[in-house]
Design a protein around this ligand. Structure first.
Ligand code: ADP
Length: 456
C-alpha cells in the first residue's frame, strides 16, 4: 500500500517536473524566436517603403479629418483599405526574411494598431485606442486565431505635422503631433510539438525511470504474494503433520500403558494383540516419515532402477495388491486393457508408489460405491488412465493439484488425512520416467488421471 502511494507521489512529482520543464522550454523557445526576428522590418527596404506609403496616406487622411472633410470611422476605414492593398507584399517580404534567418518552422506574423492619438496644444484627440473590450485593429500580416497568438514587440512613433491651407480664402495652419503605437503578434504553428520534440530526451528518460520503478514494484508485490503463499503452505503442512502424528502416538502411549499392567501381562493374547497394534502404529509412523523424506524429492533427485516389465501383468498385480489392502471399503475395479503382453522399462518400486498414490486418493476422496476404471492403451506411448467416481476437483484447483503440499481446502476433505505430497511425488516419478500426468475432473462427478510414458 505504502509503495503504491509512493509510486503515485513519484508520478505526481515527475508530472510536475515535466510540466515545469515544458513551460520553461516553451518560454525559451518563444524568446529565441522573438530574438531572431526582433525588429527586422527596419532592415527591409520593401517593408520600409510600405510603411512610408501608409504613413503618407495616413497624414493626408488625418489632414482631411482635421479639416472636417471625413469623420473618424471613414479615416480608419481608409487606412485599412491602404494596408489591405499592400498586405500581400508585406507577408511575402516577412516570410522571405524568416527563411533567410533560418526559421524552419511554420510561423505567422501580424502587426496591429494599438492606438492612434492626435495631440495639439488644446486637446488630445484619440482616433483609436485598444482597450480590453475593443478588438485590436488589424493592420498588416497574416491572419490567425486570436487564442493562438503570442504578443511580441510594441512600438511607438511620434510625428509632428504642420500644414497651411486656404479656408474660404483665409490662410490657416494646422499643427499637431501624431502618436501611433503598434504591437506585433506571432503564431507558431505546432509549437507544442516543437517544444515536446526538444524535450524528447527528458520524456524518454522519465518514461524509462517510471517503467523501471513500476517493474520493481510489480516484482516486489509478486514476491510478497509468493512469500505469503509459502508461509500459508508451511503452516498448513505443520498443522497436517501434527494431526497425522497425534493418532499413532496416542495409540502407542495407550498400548505401552496396557503392557505395563499386571493383569494384562497374565494374558498372552492381549499382549500379542497390543504388540501387533504397536507394530502397526510404528509402521504408520515410519510411512509418514518416509513420505515427508522421500515424497518431497524432485524428479531429478530420483534415482531410477529400471527393469523390463510386461505392462498387463504388472498393472494387474498392482490392482490386485491394492484391492487386497482395502479392508473396510467396498470398491469395484474395472479393467480395460487394449494391449497385450507389451513390455516397457520402468522402475517398478517408484511406478508402484505413483500408481498407488492415485488409487489411494480415489478411495480417500470418494464416498460409498466407489468404482475405479483402469484403462491401458498404447499409441506411440503407454497410456494408463485411472478414473474414479469420487468428489472430483473444482477447475480452479486443477492447476495446483501437483504442487508440493497443495490440498483442496473444502469442507468435504477436511476429515481426510493427508500432507499434500502424494500427487507432487507421483508427478515427479512420472517426470523421472520422461512421462506426463494430466487430469480431467468435474466437481461432484469424479476424476480421471492420465499417465503417459514413452516406450523407450
Ligand atoms: P493428500 O495427502 O492431501 O491426499 P495429494 O497430493 O495426494 O495429497 O492430493 C492433493 C489434493 O488433491 C488432495 O488434498 C485432494 O484435495 C485432491 N485430490 C487428489 N486426488 C483426488 C481425487 N481422486 N478426487 C478428488 N480430489 C483429489
Amino acid at each position: 500500500m505504502a509503495s503504491i502511494l509512493g509510486l503515485i507521489a513519484l508520478s505526481i512529482i515527475q508530472g510536475y517536473l515535466i510540466n515545469n520543464t515544458y513551460k520553461l522550454k516553451k518560454d525559451v523557445f518563444l524568446e529565441d524566436t522573438k530574438r531572431s526576428i526582433f525588429r527586422f522590418d527596419n532592415d527591409l527596404p520593401v517593408v520600409d517603403s510600405i510603411y512610408d506609403k501608409i504613413g503618407e496616406h495616413l497624414l493626408s487622411k488625418i489632414f482631411e479629418y482635421k479639416t472636417q472633410q471625413i469623420d473618424k470611422s471613414e479615416l480608419l476605414n481608409d487606412i485599412m483599405s491602404v494596408t489591405d492593398s499592400v498586405n500581400q507584399l508585406f507577408i511575402n517580404e516577412y516570410q522571405k526574411e524568416f527563411k533567410k534567418r533560418g526559421v524552419t518552422y511554420d510561423i505567422k506574423y501580424q502587426k496591429r494598431l494599438k492606438s492612434l492619438i492626435l495631440l495639439d496644444s488644446i486637446k488630445n484627440d484619440t482616433l483609436y485606442f485598444k482597450n480590453k473590450t475593443s478588438n485590436t485593429q488589424f493592420l498588416l500580416g497574416e491572419s490567425f486565431e486570436p487564442n493562438k497568438e503570442y504578443g511580441v514587440n510594441n512600438s511607438q512613433t511620434e510625428t509632428d505635422f504642420s500644414r497651411s491651407y486656404l479656408d474660404n480664402g483665409i490662410s490657416k495652419t494646422i499643427d499637431f503631433n501624431i502618436r501611433l503605437t503598434t504591437q506585433d503578434y506571432l503564431d507558431i504553428n505546432d509549437w507544442t510539438r516543437l517544444v515536446l520534440r526538444q524535450m524528447s530526451g527528458i520524456l524518454a528518460l522519465s518514461i524509462l525511470i517510471f517503467a523501471v520503478v513500476l517493474g520493481l514494484l510489480y516484482y516486489a508485490i509478486k514476491s510478497l504474494i509468493t512469500q505469503k503463499k509459502i508461509a500459508d503452505i508451511k503452516t498448513d503442512f505443520v498443522n497436517n503433520i501434527t494431526h497425522e502424528l497425534k493418532t499413532p502416538l496416542a495409540t502407542l502411549t495407550l498400548a505401552t500403558k496396557m503392557l505395563n499392567k499386571d493383569e494384562v501381562k497374565q494374558h498372552p493374547e492381549i499382549v500379542n494383540n497390543t504388540i501387533n497394534t504397536i507394530e502397526r502404529q510404528n509402521q504408520r509412523l515410519q510411512k509418514l516419515i518416509d513420505q515427508v523424506l522421500n515424497n518431497s524429492l524432485g524428479y531429478n533427485e530420483i534415482k531410477l532402477n529400471k527393469e523390463l516389465i510386461i505392462v498387463e501383468n504388472y498393472i494387474n498385480t498392482v490392482l490386485d495388491d491394492f484391492k487386497l489392502s482395502l479392508k473396510n471399503k467396498e470398491v469395484t475395479i474395472n479393467r480395460e486393457f487394449s494391449i497385450t503382453k507389451k513390455a516397457i522399462t520402468v522402475d517398478k518400486f517408484f511406478m508402484t508408489t505413483a500408481l498407488l498414490n492415485i488409487l489411494e486418493n480415489a478411495v480417500k476422496y470418494s464416498e460409498d460405491d466407489l468404482v475405479i476404471n483402469c484403462k491401458i492403451e498404447s499409441e506411440k506411448k503407454l497410456l494408463i488412465s485411472i478414473e474414479d467416481n469420487g468428489i472430483g476437483i473444482s477447475e480452479k484447483y486443477q492447476k495446483q493439484i501437483f504442487d508440493k503440499f497443495f490440498r483442496v481446502g473444502n469442507k468435504e476433505i477436511h476429515n481426510v488425512k493427508g500432507l499434500g505430497l502424494g500427487l507432487y511425488y507421483t508427478n515427479q516419478i512420472i517426470k523421472a520416467h520422461n512421462g506426463t500426468i494430466t487430469l480431467n475432473s468435474k466437481e461432484g462427478q469424479g476424476t480421471t488421471f492420465i499417465i503417459t510414458i514413452p516406450f523407450n
